[in-house]
Design a protein around this ligand. Structure first.
Ligand SMILES: [Zn+2]
Length: 116
């Protein structure tokens, strides 16, 4: 068995304990700290992506409003279409929101933008 703290990885002697995952409390706490740092970075990254995507939709909404647009127009923006912060049904359309701006998928690759 090897200590689960990523910067330790020392072999834990089996006679001390069969299923212990860390050398001691310190290694346990250190790994916990590293993990929460990682989570914080992941959340920060996600928030950045949400803000960035929202501003793309905002800019296009300024240009086109709720006039349906061909989604190819947005192709160059490399939008992460799996992002969604909320969901609403508006006039029978499923609208996926990223922040205050959202879109619904129409036929023929068209989308319609919405503002909350
Ligand atoms: Zn350790």
């Amino acid at each position: 068995m090897v200590c689960n703290y990523r910067f330790c990885k020392q072999i834990i002697s089996t006679y001390k304990n069969g299923n212990r995952r860390y050398c001691d409390q310190e290694c346990y706490e250190s790994e916990k700290r590293e993990r929460s740092k990682e989570n914080y970075q992941a959340i920060k990254q996600l928030l950045k992506e949400i803000k960035c995507t929202e501003s793309i939709f905002r800019n296009f909404y300024k240009l086109y409003g709720s006039t349906p647009i061909n989604s190819n127009i947005l192709k160059a923006e490399e939008i992460n279409w799996s992002l969604m912060t909320s969901f609403k049904e508006i006039d029978g359309q499923n609208v996926r929101f990223v922040g205050s701006y959202g879109y619904s998928k129409l036929e023929n690759n068209y989308i319609k933008l919405y503002k909350l």
